[in-house]
Ligand binder design. Sequence first.
Ligand code: UDP
Length: 312
Amino acid sequence: MRAVVTGGAGFLGSHLVDLLLSNGHEAVIIDNLITGSTDNLAHLAGNSRVKFIKQDVTEFLFVEGPVDFVFHFASPASPVDFLRFPIPVLKVGALGTHKALGLAKAKGARFMLASTSEVYGDPLVHPQPETYWGNVNPIGPRAVYDEAKRYGEAMTMAYRNFHGLQTRIVRFFNTYGPRMRLDDGRVVPNFVKQALLGEPLTVYGDGSQTRSFGFYKDIVDGAYRLAMSDYAEPVNIGNTDELTILDFAKLIIELTGSSSTIEILPPLGDDPKQRKPDLTRANTILEWHPTTGLREGLAITIEHFRARLATS
Ligand code: UDP
């Protein structure tokens, strides 16, 4: 299979590229490097099964040769980026999805949209099944991401229903692992970096908000399984081990052996109070279950960040 991966120089995108290559496929990566980095692809230098195109995917996508699958993974994904790059976030989720779908249609390729638990907004149903329509503020600080992804899902279904395209929608919950940017702003790199540097861990709000963290290996494995299935409805991919952000801060301090303290900061606007996937669909349809425990995945991630900090 020859696959196009938009956002293939990003955290999840580059791990997906590695998985595709290890399964014998070829990858054409398209990324404008706004948040991605060629450092994530450095180990692939000289690999004849990989091609890199530096391009903004909101512009017309031209790929020479056959394409069997388009994975649309491009987008900044940190709430900090939603404030730094609001227009690019809107454009990549909306116009970028349109261009990626157009490429898939032109090539007769299958298509996967990397969507998000943010389509559920600040959820009033817990845990969140795919059938939940969400509670999203259309003009809030996260709206640029949430609404663009919701639009992207609608666009994906329209291409399926109107053009007969073979489409998949994966809704990723919080993910973590090596290759996240140290300055990404999300809670895992923030807390780990702060703990390793002996700085206070910055908890936004009272820390009672919950998240469930999925290790990148499990996450890209779940996405790949969905891609290879013939299931067209959205599927949640994540981890069901839920904990409060305050407990998460304590866990990072414990696992890093840090003497850092915890600093309580004002809450972020529209910060979801609870988040945990209902994974019944992934369990039954894909026979997929996450296998990496939080402590195990964090230990690997902490060592990765420790090495990065030592060389930065
Ligand atoms: N968070 C925090 N301190 C930080 C970064 C994040 O307390 O330095 C909290 C944030 O308010 C949210 C949770 O951690 O409740 C997860 O934030 P993240 O930015 O990783 O992603 P989100 O799940 O909000 O999209």
